[in-house]
Write a protein that binds this ligand. Sequence first.
Ligand code: ZN
Length: 241
Amino acid sequence: MVGGADNQLDTLTALSEADVAVSGKQERLKALDEERERLKRSVEVCAERSKLAESLAEKVETRVRTAHRAVEAGREVLRHLDARSASVKNMQQHFAVKTETDTARRNLQAAEDDQLQAMMDQDDARAAAAGAAQALADAKKALRKHGAEIRAEAEEASAELKVIQRQREALNERLQPATRALYRSVRGRRGGPVLVALLPDGACGRCYTSVPRQRQADIRSGSTLYLCEGCGVILRPAPAG
Ligand SMILES: [Zn+2]
């Protein structure tokens, strides 16, 4: 209970509002910071994916080159066998060359199948790498664009926060020590409102605990600060109107 509360009550109300505004600004700044972190993280994730897709595409290109060489080698073997078959001297040689040619044809066919598969994989890998590069570019663009917006808003919010904190300090200094201590203890006890209006029926506007009649009169006159016996908030008169 603190006497002579009239002007103190106005100061206390303004201080309480300033504290709510400070918390609001601090939360907004935190949210902006988190949003910026999220955008940065997104760029990092996209960069990792893009790097991975690039390295997969490089591996597939190596496979394509290897398959190409295998096909070339297979064709060279067949050309050789063709030349040999033109100069066979007997049936035995003829069958020998034919057997080798059949094997070489099967090998070439297998090499060509590998090459075709590798080329199809290469198309997929290139498309995946291009998609990942695009996603990375988009993420960087989003960071540049929203990052700048976030920075601008954060600077504005920081400046506003400083103003509110100065106002808050000025209000705090205008409180009598006992009122200041009361406010600090109620505010420090828990979250939620510090000042709550007394309802027309004489109950606390927060927890609906009834306030003794004589105290209701004191609270309504603004002459004394009382804490609600139920929830511990400072009770103030209902706003006029
Ligand atoms: Zn209460």
